[in-house]
Structure formats: structure tokens, C-alpha cells
Ligand binder design. Sequence first.
Ligand code: PGA
Length: 252
Amino acid sequence: MRRPVIAGNWKLFKTIAEAVSMVNELKPLVAKCQDVEIVVAPVFTALSRVADALAGSNVKLSAQDCYWEEEGAFTGEVAPKLLKDAGCGYVIVGHSERRQYFGETDQTVNKKAKAAIAAGLNAIVCVGESLAERESDKTFSVIETQIQGGLSGFSADAFDQIVIAYEPVWAIGTGKTASDAQAQEVHAFIRQLIARLFNQSIADAVRILYGGSVKPDNVKGLMAQPDIDGALVGGASLKADSFAAIAAFNAL
Ligand code: PGA
């Protein structure tokens, strides 16, 4: 019922030429994955050229961040409508690296997600606890605060354009994936929370991705969990063959 999403977050990697060559390699490898939504998120400077390279394929384009104003004196920022203009259908909002290094808060995540949706983009809204928070049994309260703050004021309609990504900070780039059961437990909690804050049909429909050291050899177990609807992949999304293998999790 929920169409899986496999999204690659390329972070600060790849020149324009490298990004274009990666998607040219990727397209034929994933051409048969029609039952999965496949998304790649290159750096801003490569977006428009990657959009051209993806035209006519089943791979969609995402940015890694956006600002919430449409235009104005905001040096260095990029507005959602400009991402749309560059060919994006998605934008990642509130990634833990943005929260950790660039002062992102639940309030800015909320503004960015709202602006992205208003501009017609799908927002991939990220949440996740740190190792210290998990070890002090604060996982659920941290996630609840992030979801409540990040999604505050959203209408039911907006949920058509929202994807949630649960990314435990301790699992990002560390090779330590959450176990299938650990991930499922938080995904189920998020879905119940959405039912409580919004309603059951929104909770049943919203896609919740897992992120944090997803690789071809652990994706199948994660995707077999009832509340895991896809993956946000960092390191393993940089190479066409490993990302394609993750997108083909059904065939593994
Ligand atoms: P990773 O990154 O797959 O390299 O752990 C995931 C992410 O940060 O989205």
C-alpha cells in the first residue's frame, strides 16, 4: 500500500561531471525497479545538470536542504521554488548533519518543510536520536519532540508531500546499523505518534524511511519490517552498483 522510497543522499561529494556520470550508470541498473520510488540528492551545483541526465528515467531528483523564503536578501540560501526550477521533486529537510553543524532546529525544519510543500516539492523530514540520548533512554522523547516541532501546523493534505526519515545519529556513517528490531520499534512509535497528532489514515499512508549505514547486505531485513517503507542512504548511494542493489531489495 505504501510505495517504498529508496533515496540517496550524496552529501558533499561529486563534481557535476561525476554526478552526471553516476546517474548515467545508475539509470539502466534501476530501470526495472518500477515498484520503488528512487531518488538521488546531489549537491546544489549539480542539480540542474543531473535533472537533464535523469529526464525520461524513473529516478527522481532531490536537494539536500532549502531555505524558507521565496526570495530576498538572504545571501547564500536557495529557495524551494528554485529547486523546483532546477528539476527537483524532493528536498531533504532537517538532516542530522544540518542540525549538528549548521544550527538547524525543529522550528527551522518546520519552516523549511512548509515552504518546500508550498512550492510543490516533497519534503523528506529527518529525525533521529544521538548515542547519548539513546543510552539515557531518551529516544522516544527526542523523536516525539522532533516530529511534533518539525511537523507542527501541517494540514492533512500536506502529508501527501511528506516523507519521514528516521536516522539514528549513531548509525550515520558509522557502519553501525540499527538492528531490524531497533529500527522497527522507532518506526512503529513514529507511526503511532502521527496517528495521535494527526489521524490514523495519515499515519497509515505516510512513508517512514530508515537511514544510517544502509547497505545492500542489510536492506532486505530492514525492508521486511512492517513500518519501514524505504531507506535514506548516504555512503552506499555514491556508487551506482551498490545503490542499485539497495533499490532492488525485493530481488535480493
Ligand atoms: P550513511 O548516511 O548511509 O552513510 O550512514 C545516511 C544519511 O546520512 O542519510
